[in-house]
Design a protein around this ligand. Structure first.
Ligand code: ADP
Length: 213
């Protein structure tokens, strides 16, 4: 038997540093798996099925939801997105951690799922709203209208910070990275993550009883 993997849930308003910190966490420990989402939206040029997303028809997606095969799912701008449960369950049982970049609704569904015992939820707050906007602009990925839309949604996301296990203010990136690694290191040692220790404790018990004779 091995340890159980964690479902590491990272949420934040867009621009607070989720992708950056997720990348650093994976560089630190390449055995951490990024969950590949399923989606009903069409692939964009260059996107690879099974790597960027599992592309699915709407009928298949809805069937998967009805059969309880999605850990969490959401409807965003006319398309469905979700995390297929099977691969996550296999990873957890195999002792591999899976990282999820989901919003508060996804996080809530996961912490209410049958895998709730193994979730570790972390929320990233920006140091200020002005800095959040600055980071979205610095990233250079979105036009002004998309940045406005992201900024408008940011409070909806931030207002749910209270339902997470851990909260980090991502001011200095290196400091946040360090804290994030500490949190993951500690959560891996939760008793519920370590069923393999039963064998160890049984061995200790046998040794103890031998000494008593
Ligand atoms: P998200 O995935 O949450 O939308 P990103 O990881 O893309 O956010 O970060 C948004 C931008 O802010 C990126 O350009 C990133 O390099 C930068 N960034 C992330 N964390 C920090 C930080 N602590 N200090 C300064 N810039 C940061």
């Amino acid at each position: 038997m091995n340890r159980r993997g964690l479902l590491i849930i990272l949420s934040s308003p867009s621009g607070a540093g989720k992708s950056t910190l997720a990348r650093r966490l994976r560089e630190w420990d390449p055995s951490i798996i990024f969950s590949v989402s399923a989606t009903t939206r069409a692939p964009r040029p260059g996107e690879v099925d099974g790597e960027d997303y599992h592309f699915m028809s709407e009928a298949n997606f809805k069937r998967a939801v009805n059969n309880g095969e999605m850990l969490e799912h959401a409807h965003v701008f006319g398309n469905f997105y979700g995390s297929p449960k099977g691969p996550v369950r296999d990873a957890i049982i195999g002792g591999k951690d899976v990282l999820f970049d989901v919003d508060w609704q996804g996080a809530q569904q996961m912490t209410n799922s049958e895998l709730a015992l193994h979730t570790l939820s972390i929320f990233l707050l920006p140091p200020s709203i002005a800095e959040l906007k600055r980071r979205l602009e610095m990233r250079g990925q979105d036009g002004a209208d998309v940045i406005d839309r992201r900024m408008q949604k940011s409070w909806d996301e931030i207002s749910h910070w209270g339902s997470y296990d851990f909260v980090l203010v991502n001011e200095d990136l290196d400091a946040t990275e360090k804290r994030l690694k500490s949190i993951v290191t500690a959560a891996r040692l939760r008793r519920t993550q370590q069923p393999q220790l039963l064998d160890h404790v049984r061995r200790l018990q046998a040794e103890f009883e031998e000494g008593e004779e």
